[in-house]
Each structure stands twice: as structure tokens, then as C-alpha cells.
Ligand binder design. Structure first.
Ligand code: PMP
Length: 516
């Protein structure tokens, strides 16, 4: 059969020995079929890129899925009552209150993928901004009408500032006309978003603009929303930018026979979007101090803070929300990946009630969103996370600590070739030292081509039967995100494999990497 489905990607995978086909998966294990009917077990540390907190095909979730199908659950009964969705929203609200100390409810909008949830957040933020803008424009227009009426009645004078806008010999009518012209321009200013250097928020037309990696973003820059990136340790750059760029409306106000112009800032920042721990960017945690400074910037700009918990959320860091660990409180949260239990493709946008725009519900929808099957799976996932007083979160924290200790040991032994171990709970990154100046031409070329992590992953798969991948935008960092039940033997095998990779790098023994 000629391969027509992403043939070139397949060729690239084969170059690294990653073009294998798994035919079964259970927990943290994926199985490779062999010619004799035997299967080779591989431990999966990629964990569905973060979607498998409960591992592959968790028996309880599979049983639940089967029961839903057997019961003839009407999955696609759009625009009818969906009790499952309400129960999911209520459960999420309780978690937000407990972990993040929220004092008001969070409304929930359902979507299908992570990128769609981010785009729903972008659209919601823009709708809220447009409503604010419209209210401001209406107020300014009413003031202008009032000033004109008073002028018609006679006996008004312009302040010097107003006279300057009206132009030589200009009266109130001229002032209102000129202010209207300038205001139309200021109101037409395109909205902008802020995101962090290294951030990843998806690859659709809108969300891609918030994804820092230029390789992904630049070809499509002309398509979507406008975003600016600021460093996590200097989020105040956003304020400097807004200060320099701030457009104003000219508000013509008349009082006691005097007509003046007041400059009113136009809100042109739609939202600030951050991950509590950057996943694809190489596993970088925000510090509590950075989180606070970002929240301060949002308060100053009066724009919503969108916390993208698509990869970090649903238990992976030892709590439902990774934000909980750093005191980060968002106006919006996005969730996807593990909330679908590895079986459903689903995502959610949570919006604090006082920031919620109810009209959004008519403006964002999808055939597949909020389907009863996915909602019922998510409901089960939340129940499994929350029961026994959060035993699953504690287990994730304990397994994460065990995994981290093993990785730290390798780091301590091979400080010359390992740059560091980062992350929290079961979202860890293992970064090798940059190899782009390696003495070995092969290793150097891997590194310069951005394929170093894939080459190492191929080696580890072939020799150690562990499945790994680099993070999306940091090719020297392996993403390590197994399920909450990853066992010690698998962790030790991973550590042994990493030790061998480190030895290869120490001796610049590229041949060994290619032909173990
Ligand atoms: N946000 C974050 C933080 C992510 O890690 C990802 C996926 N890696 C996305 C958004 C996009 O999610 P999806 O791939 O489901 O579109």
C-alpha cells in the first residue's frame, strides 16, 4: 500500500528508528508485535504527550466507556440538556475553589482539543474587550452629542486643548468631527495578546500565534491574531509596550459652558496567556514571584489572565492544577489532554463568573463539543482523581519524586553532558548539554538539525525498550511524563538507558548511538 498519510513524517521517524507500530497498550506499556506472535513490551514515558495520566486503556475507564456505548448513550444530541456536562462543570468548580481559593464560580465552555480551548479563550477575551470598547465608544458618542447640543444652545467656549483638536477657527462641531475621525482610527486598532517566551499553546491559526517557536509560527504569521512575547522574568515589558503604543479616544465633554477633550485609553490588549509549567518549551516552571508579577501586569492592563493547564492539569503535578503550587490565579483556565482519560478527545475553557460574557455561548460551538460520551468519561476521570481524598494526586507526587530522584542521580554522575532536570510531579524534563559544537560530526549534525532528542529517543527505544520524545521546542530536552502508576523497574531501566546515552556523549561515540 502506498502511504499517503503524512508520508514525509513517516520517513523522518524511520531515520531515527521510531517508525514502529504498537498494536496494544495497557498502563505505561505499549507492545510491539514480533514475527513469532510474541510481543515486546516498551515502557511509554511519552504518555500521549500528556494525555495519559491514568495510562493507556485504564480498565475502569474502558469499562465505563463500554457501559456508555452499551447503554446507547446519545452522544450527539446537540442543543439538548446534558447532565454529564453540568456534573463535570460542577466538579471542576469545586476543585478550583479548593485548590485555587476561588470565591466565585467558574463557568465552563466545552471544546474538542487543546488548541480549540485556547482559541475559545482568545475569542472570549476578544468578545469581552469588544463589549468594553463598545461601551466606551457609546459613552464618548453620548458626550459628544451633549456637547453639540449645548453648543447649539450657545454660550460655550473651548479649552485650549479642545481648540487645538478643533483646528484654527474650529467650533464644537469641528471639534466633534475631528475627534470622531481620530476615534474611529483608535477604535480600529487590532487587539493584541501577550504570551511568554518559550510558550506553547497549540497549532491552529489563532493559538499558533501564541506559540513562541518561530518554526511553527512564522509561516502563518500573516493569518491570525497579533501576539507579543515577553520573558517570564520580565513580564513588565508588556506594560512598557502598551505604554508606548496606547491609543486613546478623545472624549468631548461639556460642563459649565466649557468644552474640553479628555483622553481615554482604548483597551487593546485582549489577554495574557501563560502555562504554569511550560511543557513543549522544555519544561520550565514559573516561579511564584513571576506568577505574581504576571498577575500584577494583567491587573494594570485590566486584561484577563489565561492559564493554560492543558498539559499540566488533571493531576500530573500532584494536584489538579499546577497553578495551585505557585499561587497563580487565572481569570480563565484551559484544560484538555488527560481530562479525556486517554479515551475521549475533549477540552474545556473555564471562565470566572464576573469575567464571563454570556453571549459567547451562541458564538462558539462545534458539532463534537460537549458530547455526552466525552463528558461522561471526563466525569469518571474527575471522580477517579478526587476519590479517597485525592489518593491519585498523592500517588502522582510520590511517583514523580521517585522518578526525579533517579534522573537527578544521572545528572549528578554526568554533570558534564547533562544540563539539568526540571519540572514537577510527572511532568519532568531531562536536558542534555547542547551538542551543536560536538567533536563528533554525526552528533553535531543531529544537534544542528534539531534532531538530537529524536536520535537519542531512537537509541533508547531500540536498546532499552523505553519510549521517549523531545519536547516540541527544545530538542535537547526529553519529556518524561508517564502515568501515575509508573513502576520502579521502568524508572530504573530509563535511568540505565540515560546513563548509557550520557556515556556515549562523554566519549562522543556516535557510532554506538546509531548501532547500539
Ligand atoms: N497548550 C499546551 C500547554 C499544550 O501543551 C498543548 C499541546 N501540547 C496545547 C495547548 C495544544 O493542545 P492540542 O494538541 O490538543 O491542540
Amino acid at each position: 500500500m502506498e502511504e499517503l498519510a503524512e508520508r514525509y513524517l513517516g520517513n523522518a521517524l524511520s531515520a531515527w528508528g521510531l517508525d514502529v507500530e504498537y498494536d496494544r497498550a495497557q498502563g505505561d506499556t505499549v507492545y510491539l508485535p514480533g514475527p513469532d506472535g510474541e510481543r515486546t513490551a516498551v515502557t511509554d514515558f511519552v504518555g500521549g504527550f500528556g494525555s495519559l495520566f491514568f495510562g493507556h486503556n485504564h480498565p475502569e475507564l474502558v469499562a465505563h466507556a463500554k457501559a456508555l456505548l452499551d447503554a446507547g448513550t446519545p452522544s450527539h444530541a446537540q442543543l439538548s440538556k446534558r447532565t454529564e456536562a453540568q456534573r463535570v462543570a460542577a466538579a471542576l468548580d469545586a476543585i478550583v475553589r479548593r485548590e485555587l481559593g476561588a470565591t466565585e464560580p467558574y463557568e465552563v465552555v466545552f471544546a474538542n482539543t487543546g488548541a480549540e480551548a485556547v482559541e475559545a479563550a482568545m475569542k472570549h477575551a476578544e468578545l469581552a474587550r469588544v463589549f468594553r470598547l463598545n461601551a466606551l465608544a457609546a459613552e464618548v458618542a453620548a458626550h459628544a452629542r451633549d456637547a453639540e447640543e449645548r453648543a447649539r444652545a450657545g454660550g460655550v467656549r473651548l479649552t485650549p486643548a479642545a481648540a487645538q483638536v478643533a483646528g484654527p477657527g474650529g467650533d464644537v462641531a469641528a471639534l466633534v468631527a475631528e475627534a470622531g475621525r481620530r476615534n474611529a482610527e483608535a477604535l480600529g486598532r487590532a487587539p493584541e495578546f501577550f504570551a511568554l517566551d518559550g510558550g506553547f499553546h497549540g497549532k491552529l491559526v489563532g493559538s499558533l500565534q501564541l506559540t513562541h517557536n518561530p518554526t511553527f509560527r512564522l509561516p502563518f504569521q500573516g493569518l491570525g491574531a497579533r501576539a507579543r512575547f515577553v520573558p517570564a522574568d520580565r513580564p513588565e515589558e508588556a506594560l512598557e509596550y502598551v505604554g508606548a503604543e496606547q491609543p486613546h479616544l478623545l472624549d468631548v465633554v461639556a460642563e459649565d459652558g466649557v468644552v474640553d477633550v479628555v483622553r481615554r485609553p482604548v483597551p487593546f490588549v485582549a489577554a495574557f496567556v501563560v502555562e504554569p509549567i511550560q511543557g513543549e518549551g522544555g519544561i520550565h516552571e514559573l516561579t511564584p514571584e513571576q506568577a505574581k508579577r504576571i498577575a500584577d501586569v494583567c491587573r494594570t492592563l485590566q486584561c484577563p489572565l489565561v492559564v493554560d493547564e492543558i498539559q499540566t492539569g488533571a493531576g500530573r503535578t500532584g494536584a489538579f492544577f499546577a497553578s495551585a503550587g505557585i499561587g497563580l490565579t487565572g481569570d480563565y483556565y484551559t484544560l484538555a489532554k488527560s481530562v479525556g482519560g486517554g479515551l475521549a478527545k475533549t477540552s474545556m475553557l473555564l471562565v470566572r463568573r464576573s469575567a464571563y460574557v454570556k453571549e459567547f455561548e451562541l458564538l462558539h460551538s462545534s458539532t463534537f463539543a460537549k458530547d455526552s460520551f466525552s463528558c461522561a468519561i471526563t466525569e469518571k476521570v474527575l471522580e477517579m482523581l478526587e476519590r479517597d481524598d485525592g489518593a491519585a494526586y498523592r500517588q502522582a507526587a510520590e511517583r514523580g519524586a521517585r522518578l526525579r530522584a533517579a534522573l537527578e542521580e544521572v545528572h549528578a554522575e554526568f554533570g558534564d553532558v547533562v544540563r539539568g532536570v526540571r519540572g514537577r510531579g510527572l511532568l519532568l524534563g531531562f536536558e542534555f548539554a547542547d551538542q551543536s559544537a560536538s567533536g563528533s560530526a554525526v552528533i553535531r549534525n543531529y544537534a544542528r538539525g534539531g534532531f538530537f532528542g529524536f536520535a537519542v529517543s531512537g537509541f533508547l527505544l531500540r536498546k532499552y525498550r523505553v519510549r521517549l520524545m523531545p519536547t516540541g521546542s527544545s530538542p535537547h530536552t526529553l519529556r518524561i511524563q508517564p502515568s501515575y502508576a509508573v513502576d520502579d523497574a521502568a524508572i530504573d531501566r530509563l535511568a540505565a538507558g540515560l546513563r548509557e546515552v550520557c556515556t556515549v556523549l562523554r566519549h562522543q561515540d556516535a557510532l554506538h548511538l546509531v548501532h547500539p
